[in-house]
Design a protein around this ligand. Sequence first.
Ligand code: 9RB
Ligand code: ZN
Length: 369
Amino acid sequence: MSTGYIYHEIFGWHDTGTVAGLAPASVSAGLQPYMHFENAETKRRIHELVVVSGLIDHLHRLAPRPATEDEILRVHDLAHVRRLKEESTWPKGGDAGDGFSPFGNGSFEIALLAAGAVITAVDNVCSGTINNAYALVRPPGHHAIRESGMGFCMFSNLAIAAKYAQAELGVERIAVVDWDVHHGNGTQQVFYEDPNVLTISLHQDNVFPPNSGAVSERGEGAGFGYALNIPLPAGAGDGGYLYAMDQIIVPALERFRPELILVASGFDANAMDPLARQMVTSAGYRDLTTRLMAAASQLCGGKIAMSHEGGYSPVYVPFCGLAVLETLSGSPAFVDPYLPVVSGFAGQDLQPSQQDLVDSLIPLLDDIR
Ligand code: 9RB
Ligand code: ZN
């Protein structure tokens, strides 16, 4: 098994500055400045763990190339691209669109490289130089919509790579599985009327964006049935996540028969995350990956490319990322030292409220053909 791994140190230079959590810092309001949640540390620490554990020697490291503006414009409108390009020249940078997605000077080029890194992953998986790939990128992408960035995202990295695969590689049917704890609203929007791209988002019910990702969002027109949302209640752990994978995600993939599976891989459903309230462990991410790999091997020659999204516990996210990379490559590296603690949390098993929600979605599979 050969696994492509794409990281560039410049992703750590995407500067989100200082804020006070999700609010602007304000001395008069008592809001002390602190680093933005979406700072370089969690991703940098995944990479450093990959190196220090020796896993890097079992991965096929690929150099990313920047996405071209034409590649970005398959997804975003010109005004959005022009605005980010302009604000990126400002000494202190600008904001991707919603007021809590700041970026620093030069982040436009870094965002082009992030989108291009996912293209690089897809290119190599589709040409068969590698079996699967992980693009460890910043800024993230899954909230960015056609006309704006949002939720710490500048460009919709994964949607741009999916459009590239369709336009340049002759890939028709693509499934996107988004296990970030937040709703993958941007990817969903881009493909909402497209029956050739199945978007599945597994998220904590109504966290971000507000009022987004309900079961009732199912796609429109020819795309009806090809957007699938699984909004798990707060408190879901490995049991709830794996039940959703086994009962909904894998059966949806089997019905859809993709030629390529893309994963929006956020680790913010982890048991120590400050931005959500789920309890997934590194073992949970390992098992989710194993299930997807089995589906990919049965359906599309094992072709999976993952793109990194959120995840904000600097101590725990690296072990979740390592677990996924170990599984993709079949090379065990480090044992997660926190696993005994987080897997011991009460409620890791499937709970009735989670089961009810997942079971209620089974009839939606009938609309995937
Ligand atoms: C604020 C709001 C958020 C909350 C969470 C995220 C997580 C993104 C991620 C992004 C922005 C709202 C500060 C709503 O990890 N995605 O994968 N902002 N939330 N209103 N206000 C004032
Ligand atoms: Zn997230």
